[in-house]
Design a protein around this ligand. Sequence first.
Ligand SMILES: Cc1cc2nc3c(=O)[nH]c(=O)nc-3n(C[C@H](O)[C@H](O)[C@H](O)COP(=O)(O)O)c2cc1C
Length: 333
Amino acid sequence: MDAYELLFRHVATRVPAELTHRVGVTALRAATPVLPAPSADVAPVEAMGLRFANPLGVAAGYDKDAEGVRGLARLGFGAVEVGTVTARPQPGNPRPRLFRLPADRALVNRMGFNNAGADVVAARLAALRQRGAGTVVGVNIGRSKTASDAVADYRYSARVLGPHADYVVVNVSSPNTPGLRDLQGVDALEPLLAAVRDEVGATPLLVKITADLDDAGVDAVADLALAQGLDGIVATNTTVARSDLASAPDVVEAAGAGGLSGAPLVGPARAVLARLRARVGERLTLVSVGGIDSGAEARARLEAGATLVQAYTGFVYGGPAWPRRVLRELAAS
Ligand SMILES: Cc1cc2nc3c(=O)[nH]c(=O)nc-3n(C[C@H](O)[C@H](O)[C@H](O)COP(=O)(O)O)c2cc1C
């Protein structure tokens, strides 16, 4: 156990998870100028016409408002997926809304897309591009809670944010915006993806799906992605399932509703990845996310067909040295 893990173990029982996160992002911004540049032990990845310095990215939700991109690049990440950003700024759900399940190396969140909104994030990304982000920057967009017309809402975000993104991800898989996951059905998804494609033009476009789709649902999204000329799929988001957890039932119950992330997602995320790769062959970029917490697991995903990998919860438990450790392990594997 390193110093961060020891500290985390003590802090975890006393400080609300969201406050720890806020402090972490602020510290990252402050430390960016003095962080050493990442080393290049792992082979770069060419995908979607982009060059990723390495295959390990930060999953959406960690840097929702594009505040810490350069710092995250310095920690070693080959990509940062900012967002989810919605057309309008919104506060998200009431706190507390982020919980730790340490016995499972998992988190439960019901953040509800708290973010500064497309206009503010677009301005930040424009400034970032001027200075050089130091990494590939994806932008993940979602539906505003109060939007009555989902297509128009996503269209606005795509128009405003697309010009500042290396790639765009349409998120239809978070469990914390009522009705959002219904957009994963092909009838709803088709016009949505067409509208976003129309706005972003040649910018690579991906869709992000949940771990909770059944096999037919995964196949349907894969087929639609191919039919609509998408560039890739990000799989998976969190799960609403609570099966086979090591945490005591009262701890799980106290966390309440929301998306479960971390180690319990390993099985579902692997299964969805295998199914997608079998279905689409080499035609799409697949970004595997869910429970990756070591170089060995990252390697396993790459060997199972992932083009790139991402993590959130493993990074939270592992701390600032975690990306470099994973990259070291990857290089040695
Ligand atoms: C606190 C928290 C907030 C998240 N917010 C978003 C989000 O805004 N958009 C999104 O697409 N995924 C979001 N996610 C899901 C992650 O991007 C990722 O798909 C999921 O956590 C599984 O990966 P992991 O096991 O490495 O955490 C969030 C996850 C967590 C833990």
